[in-house]
Design a protein around this ligand. Structure first.
Ligand code: HEC
Length: 248
């Protein structure tokens, strides 16, 4: 900037400062121009160099195990803490009751703690609870990151070839979307099948249940699997009935 430009700038600046510039339209106009360029640039990038959102959707997939993004791992793990016969209880506890109780506690903190002290080390209760919440969230996130998904496979000992085939069918037909065996698969809505063999079902019972769950379990919400071959039903049933007894 040379001398003349400098003078001109100072003159404009002094004038603007003396007179003031109205917010409308002056500031609004400037914001509008900059925002248009910024958003336009983002739109341009989105068209010119699009970044795909993960794997393309495959509606025919059968072995997909739903797993949340990493920042939801703590909620995902919280679900597993509340184990209950009723599949809804963990969901209500972990996604509604616990988070909301904590939020309400946070909101009423200023009304409970009326002390004038602001130095954090003079507020041991606030300090300890704050650190504990952060630690607990971190710990649950770590557990969630470590917890195995279907891709690690289900490790079971003593599988016979027939049961091995049953396991393959189990993995290939989306059973993991509702059931878990040894923490692999979804925590619900179906029951954990790790010890299914201990229930003492017969092979025929398992086959009937697969063909039409409501025939053996009135009111069941499990989908029917009427299209396996006789051999496949046999393999699945042998696999299921050995879980927790022969195969662990
Ligand atoms: C959409 C969710 C869903 C899918 C998918 C699903 N199930 Fe289920 N399953 C359930 C529910 C809910 C129950 C509990 C009600 C019942 O027993 O029928 C259940 C129960 C079971 C039981 C326990 C029966 C008992 O009482 O001993 C077995 C075994 C089972 N499922 C096997 C399978 C197999 C094998 C597959 C895949 C071929 C599968 N499930 C797919 C939801 C599902």
């Amino acid at each position: 900037m040379n001398k003349g430009e400098q003078e001109a700038y100072k003159r404009d600046y002094a004038l603007a400062k003396a007179q003031g510039k109205p917010f409308f339209p002056y500031a609004v106009y400037k914001d509008l121009v900059v925002a248009t360029f910024a958003i336009g640039f983002v739109i341009f990038l989105a068209i010119w160099a699009p970044i795909p959102v993960g794997e393309p959707v495959n509606p025919a997939t059968t072995d997909f195990v739903p797993r949340p993004e990493w920042y939801f791992f703590f909620l995902f793990e919280l679900l597993k803490i509340f184990k209950n016969e009723n599949a809804l209880t963990p969901v209500i506890m972990a996604t509604f009751i616990v988070p909301n109780v904590l939020m309400v506690l946070l909101l009423i903190t200023p009304f409970i703690d009326r002390g004038p002290e602001r130095r954090i080390w003079r507020r041991p209760i606030a300090l300890t609870s704050g650190v504990m919440v952060i630690f607990f969230l971190g710990y649950l996130t770590h557990l969630g990151a470590e917890s195995p998904g279907a891709e690690t496979g289900i490790e079971l000992e003593n599988l016979t070839p027939e049961a091995e085939a049953g396991l393959e069918l189990y993995l290939a037909n989306g059973c993991t979307a509702c059931h878990a065996i040894k923490d692999v698969g979804a925590p619900g809505p179906g029951p954990n099948l790790t010890n299914e063999g201990e229930k003492g079902r017969t092979i025929q019972w398992q086959i009937d249940h697969l063909i039409d769950p409501r025939s053996t379990t009135p009111g069941s919400t499990m989908p029917a699997y009427p299209n396996f071959t006789d051999q496949e039903y046999q393999e699945l049933a042998v696999f299921l009935n050995g879980l927790g007894t022969e195969f662990r």
